[in-house]
Design a protein around this ligand. Structure first.
Ligand code: ZN
Ligand code: ZN
Length: 492
């Protein structure tokens, strides 16, 4: 369906929305916008903020805590992951810094302007959060005044269709969490041996209490290594794998864990479908029968996630010898085999025609991702995202549009790549992953003395040859670095 929420489309949507609504909250003459203050009145009472409201793209942004508390909501801000959770009664709102998708009462909603961090403060779009909590909002351009009437009514209902997909940074390996709106969750692979704990923690952080389905694409350690811990930590309904055995120790541990979990064990063959609710469906495309190539990679269970008109192709580690059998048009491609040169051929890309591609990869001795594969993706005009340089990558869709929590590492529209993700769609600063990344790493430049969260806007401008990473703040400080004042990473 190819409707990626890109900068131009967003700008048009915003312009149309502003025209249709008689310029709500917005677009004061440029001359005035820099100096004149914005006044916010809630139920007849003026609100005072410790940081003055700002106007961005015609939307008023205010400090997070003040507005939610004024509206009677409890708010939790998780700076390490850039997630804002607010709750009032039964209504829950989740916003991710820099991401245009937000969860409101179990639906994905789109923001014109995402929450952002400015001078170390988190600012949220005033109208969006107020309306999400059932308030009525109006804007008086002449007085530059926002008036909010907290009605306490229910938030606008969504269509109940949508999903969030998390490409979890597990180093060298695959682990992909799918959460359907109001429905269930599925996990495609569980990362390498040793990553089980971080996958479990990530799932818990994302609110997962059980899994409708776990797919072990093929029995290589970088895909099933973390699954024993996952299977021991959550109730799992179904485990799907290709039904081919490996001789490794980790394979025995995995099979034991499947047995102990009590999950239904299913050999995944083309045609198998798992309905996750929220309009999300996982469909196995491959294998139909035993592959001609007898490597374990060639046995990879390849699946397609469709949510309304949104399609994500998940081909495991499928090599080029078999990949055409799993070629299906998709908006987003999980690049097979960590970007290896022996997968993702030009004919496959032509058949899938992905707008965006995500590479799950970490430190490895194989040279993943291969320059040749990156080149093929670039030549096809596909945006590229990488977990090794950008951490956990998240996609949200409502079944019509979709958006990423970070800008692409390689942007097909500008034809350039940046070391840590560059700016997000619509000129948004680089953004954090929304949930706890398995390992928060800290980025720094050899040319400065500051260390940053990976999502800090300054990380995007560090030259690749100067970019270094630290596992902890103390390591960074030992090396003589101090915390960046913009993203404010911890001292310890
Ligand atoms: Zn493999
Ligand atoms: Zn692999």
């Amino acid at each position: 369906m190819y409707r990626r929420l890109g900068p131009r489309r967003t700008a048009i949507l915003l312009a149309v929305a502003l025209l249709a609504a008689g310029l709500p909250l917005g677009l004061a003459p440029p001359a005035a916008s820099a100096s004149a203050a914005v006044q916010v009145v809630l139920d007849g009472r003026g609100l005072v903020f410790d940081v003055p409201p700002i106007i961005e793209e015609g939307r008023v942004l205010v400090p997070l805590r003040s507005i939610f508390e004024a509206l009677g909501a409890e708010v939790v801000w998780e700076p390490a992951v850039g997630r804002i959770c607010a709750r009032r009664g039964p209504v829950e709102i989740q916003l991710l810094v820099g991401c245009r998708g937000a969860w409101v009462g179990g639906s994905v909603r789109w923001l014109d302007v995402p929450a952002r961090i400015l001078g170390g403060r988190t600012l949220v779009p005033l109208r969006f959060v107020s309306e999400a909590l059932g308030a009525e909002v109006s804007w008086d351009g002449a007085l530059r005044r926002v008036t909010i009437l907290s009605g306490g009514g229910p938030p606008l209902p969504g269509n109940g269709v949508g999903a969030t997909v998390h490409f979890i940074d597990v180093g060298q390996g695959d682990a992909i969490l799918i959460q359907a709106v109001g429905g269930s969750a599925a996990l495609i692979d569980g990362g390498p041996v040793g990553a089980g704990g971080t996958v479990v923690e990530y799932l818990q952080g994302a609110g997962v209490t059980g899994l409708a389905c776990v797919v072990a694409t093929h029995p290589h350690a970088d895909h099933i290594g973390g699954l024993p811990e996952v299977l021991a930590s959550f109730p799992v309904d179904k485990v799907v794998d290709p039904g081919v055995a490996a001789t490794s120790e980790i394979y025995s541990a995995y099979m034991d864990a499947v047995e102990e979990s009590g999950a239904e064990y299913i050999v995944g063959r083309a045609g198998l479908t798992v309905d996750l609710g929220g309009g999300a469906r996982l469909r196995v495309l491959y294998p139909a029968e035993a592959p001609s190539d007898d490597s374990l990679n060639a046995w990879s269970v390849a699946a397609l996630l469709d949510v309304g008109d949104f399609e994500l192709l998940l081909p495991g580690d499928l090599p080029s010898t078999c990949e055409m059998e799993a070629a299906w048009p998709a908006d987003v491609l999980k690049v097979a085999h960590h970007g290896s040169s022996t997968s993702t051929s030009a004919p496959f890309l032509q058949a899938v025609d992905p707008q965006d591609a995500v590479i799950l990869v970490g430190d490895n001795p194989y040279g993943h991702p291969a320059p040749a594969t990156l080149q093929r993706l670039k030549e096809h005009g596909t945006h590229i995202y990488r977990t090794d340089l950008q951490g956990t990558i998240v996609v949200q869709t409502d079944g019509e549009e979709y958006c990423f929590n970070v800008g692409p590492w390689y942007s097909a529209s500008s034809g350039s790549s940046s070391p840590a993700g560059g700016t997000g769609s619509g000129g948004v600063t680089p953004q954090p992953p929304p949930q706890l990344p398995p390992t928060v790493r800290y980025a720094a430049s050899r040319a400065s003395d500051k260390y940053h969260y990976p999502w800090c806007r300054y990380v995007g401008s560090i030259k690749p040859e100067n970019l270094i990473w630290f596992d902890s703040p103390s390591r960074a400080r030992e090396a003589g670095y101090v915390p960046c004042s913009a993203c404010q990473p911890p001292w310890e």
